[in-house]
Design a protein around this ligand. Structure first.
Ligand SMILES: Cc1ncc(COP(=O)(O)O)c(C=O)c1O
Length: 382
């Protein structure tokens, strides 16, 4: 096995030289603080925007589901893994997103890796925002489609590409994040929806970072004055919803097609019942108290105001620093002050745009946000 070990070691050495080698760090998470490397840090690096991963009501719902249904689902959904909680969650997701139906996948990544190849084939066209999440790219590649990229949020560029290429392909899909995961800005879904309709292309929005926190908790499709025309609304249950799993909200025939054609749904075991029960409880909490869903964005805005940064559009605030080493050094500086802000480096973000990516949650204390903003203004961005 020498060639295999040598191959891996050489790859790692190259990453190390560029400041790009990564390692898994054991992280013991509480509602706000984490323990890493023997230190207790206030985390601004969790996507747990509503702090639901530790919510007592949600934990109780998960425990009750384990007692009633067991820890695993026992098979793929098409065999015997479709336990009764799925139907309830799917009905709630569809209601939240204003669609006729919805379909839950094993994760957000698995959702995009299944949805796109179920709809799009090798003769078809996929148009992606250049900053679209890795799982949209994975889905497009698995579809073996022609994949074209438009400049970030540039609807005019997307239109030029559709004008030039749409005619050569039987079907076309336009894919974008609704809230961009590393930049925190929103896609112009209203304009993209109209553009896609004009060219008979199907708009897929990845709302992983929108559900629960923008558009009154309904997500990025609902963030504008009018709901955008997005026939394929996918997302994840792993961020604001606090647990795990992915979903597609769409028309009934599209959802039914997923159970027949989406390989990541068909050939993978159903989610554990506790995970589904937790998501149902989280959606209940959001429906009961929509004001709570507005808090992470309000906290992010308080931060950007005080730090002198452009106003946050979502709970995600990037501080772009340039090189990987600069971002790592900034992260260490904040860690010395008791804050966790993990450095995000290429290939997660484009070369030369390594950054700190801050994620604000409903429960972050205002004084801590003020202290972090002052530190960022004086010691990180300066
Ligand atoms: C925009 C976006 N889409 C999809 C995913 C994947 O979702 P999941 O973690 O449920 O696989 C993520 C992050 O994990 C994301 O940021």
């Amino acid at each position: 096995m020498d060639s295999l070990d040598d191959f891996a070691a050489a790859k790692l050495a190259a990453l190390e030289r560029g400041g790009l080698r990564r390692a898994l760090v054991v992280t013991d998470r509480g509602p706000l603080y984490v323990e890493r490397n023997g230190r207790r840090l206030l985390s601004f690096s969790c996507n747990d925007y509503l702090n639901f991963s530790q919510h007592p009501e949600i934990k109780a719902a998960a425990v009750a589901a384990i007692e009633r249904h067991g820890v695993g689902s026992g098979a793929s959904r098409l065999v015997t893994g479709n336990h009764p909680l799925y139907a309830e969650l799917e009905a709630r997701l569809a209601r939240l997103k204003g669609t006729a139906a919805s379909c839950v996948f094993g994760s957000g990544f698995l959702a995009n890796a299944g949805i796109i190849p179920a709809l799009i084939g090798p003769d078809d066209l996929v148009l992606l925002d250049e900053l679209a999440h890795a799982c949209l790219w994975a889905g497009a590649r698995l579809a073996r489609a022609t994949v074209l990229t438009y400049r970030h949020n540039d609807v005019g560029h997307a239109e030029d590409l559709l004008r030039a290429h749409r005619g050569r392909h039987p079907h076309a899909l336009v894919g974008t994040d609704g809230v961009f995961s590393m930049d925190g800005d929103l896609a112009p879904l209203g304009e993209l929806g109209r553009l896609a309709r004009r060219h008979d292309a199907w708009l897929l929005s990845d709302d992983a970072h929108g559900i629960g926190v923008v558009g009154g908790g309904r997500g990025s499709t609902f963030a504008g004055k009018e709901p955008a025309d997005v026939p394929l609304q996918m997302g994840t249950l792993s961020k604001a919803i606090g647990g795990y799993g992915g979903y597609l909200c769409a028309a009934r025939p599209v959802v039914d097609l997923m159970a027949n054609r989406a390989r990541t749904l068909i050939y993978s075991t159903g989610l554990p019942p506790a995970t589904i029960a937790a998501a149902i409880a989280a959606l209940d909490l959001i429906a009961r108290d929509p004001d709570y869903a507005a808090r992470p964005l309000a906290k992010a805005r308080a931060f950007t105001r005080r730090a002198g940064l452009p106003e946050a559009q979502s709970p995600i605030v990037p501080i772009v620093l340039g090189s990987a080493r600069t971002a790592l050094a900034a992260s260490r500086r904040l860690e010395d002050e008791g804050f966790l802000a993990v450095a995000i480096r290429p290939p997660t973000v484009p070369e030369g745009t390594a950054r700190l990516r801050l994620a604000f949650t409903a429960a972050h204390p205002d004084e801590a946000i003020e202290r972090l903003a002052d530190l960022v203004r004086e010691r990180v961005s300066a």
